[in-house]
Design a binder for this molecule. Structure first.
Ligand code: 8YV
Length: 329
């Protein structure tokens, strides 16, 4: 029998057409964000699901749908999936690493630069018709080239940002990560592992690129912000929830740090109201991986995983390969 799969959000028509060659597909043509109850209703009878990072799939969902064998997340992050629950039930989770690394690093670096050089704030000023004359310190920002780049979370995207900083902008690169990179990876970047307190104290531009988990919840809160330089910037392209947005808004308002660039928010798409009223923050709607080519590659990779998992192939990017080979497919 042809397996049934759920595609939980709208994706590229070509990817959908490819999935239809292998599966009976329930698509989401109007791109509704399903409530947990809607998601559960639609998972009925499905062997696989393509999700995008906003759908929470935990033990309760898996227990309600024991026929579900694979969830292909169209994102590199998979904090919406309870991997321990997947492991315990022999369900495969897959993600979309690598295909978005350079694009996401481009955006992270650009957001850090826009933040340091006050691009959003100055554009609002211009659009509001307030630009009447040149002045020597108008929108003077923080230097990027030659300054110290701090990276919290030195995975693939963190390293790609470090490369841009070290090789393109002559920045000194400090990083903090659970594990140190091998010397051969550190050396070409001149990247130096430091403890978190040192990173906070010494970074001119701190960029967050670590995965979200209970351990990284509010990794940057009032206490951490207090350790940063008053001239420093903070950029978050990782996940909302890693930063305490209320504490950050207060630090920005009181100029305890110079500025922030945020692509992700706790509780997004809602944005903490205090962040909307401070001027020294650049806000973007979770678009770091959003180029046409990369989003297509992410959709195709998620589809590759779903097809391989349910047709006896080898899924290219499993999160929990220990559950392979899948039973019940
Ligand atoms: C996605 C992301 O756009 O890959 C990730 O982890 O955060 C983004 O690239 C988002 O998760 C929706 O798929």
């Amino acid at each position: 029998m042809t397996p049934s799969v759920l595609v939980a959000r709208a994706i590229y028509p070509e990817t959908l057409a490819r999935l239809r060659e292998h599966f009976v597909v329930e698509a989401n043509p109007d791109d509704t964000v399903y409530t947990p109850a809607e998601l559960s209703a639609r998972l009925k009878g499905k062997l696989g699901a393509l999700t995008t990072g906003s759908e929470r799939i935990d033990a309760a969902v898996l227990d309600a749908h024991p026929q579900l064998r694979v969830v292909a997340n169209m994102a590199v992050g998979y904090n919406n999936l309870d991997i321990a629950a997947f492991d315990a039930r022999g369900v495969l989770a897959t993600n979309t690493p690598d295909v978005l690394t350079e694009t996401t690093a481009d955006f992270g670096f650009a957001l850090m630069m826009a933040t340091a050089r006050r691009m959003a704030e100055s554009e609002h000023y211009l659009r509001a018709g307030r630009w009447t004359k040149w002045s020597y310190d108008m929108f003077a920002g923080a230097e990027v080239h030659g300054s110290t780049l701090g990276i919290l979370g030195m995975g693939r995207i963190g390293q790609a940002i470090a490369r841009r900083g070290a090789l393109g902008f002559g920045m000194k690169v400090l990083y903090h990560n659970r594990s140190r990179l091998p010397a051969a990876q550190e050396a070409p970047l001149g990247a130096i592992w430091v403890d978190k307190a040192t990173l906070l104290r010494q970074a001119d531009h701190l960029v967050l690129v670590l995965p979200y988990s209970a351990a990284s919840h509010h990794a940057i809160g009032a206490a951490e912000l207090a350790q940063m330089k008053p001239t420093a910037t903070l950029t978050n392209i990782a996940r909302g929830g890693i930063v305490d947005d209320a504490a950050l808004a207060a630090a920005l308002r009181e100029r305890r740090i110079a500025a922030a660039g945020l692509d992700v928010f706790e509780g997004e798409p809602a944005v903490h109201p205090d962040l909307l009223t401070v001027p020294n923050v650049v806000l973007t709607p979770h678009i770091a991986s959003a180029t046409h080519r990369t989003r297509r590659a992410m959709a195709e990779l998620a589809a590759d995983n779903l097809i391989a998992a349910l047709t006896g192939g080898t899924p290219p990017t499993p999160v929990n390969p220990g559950v392979l080979p899948l039973t019940g497919v």
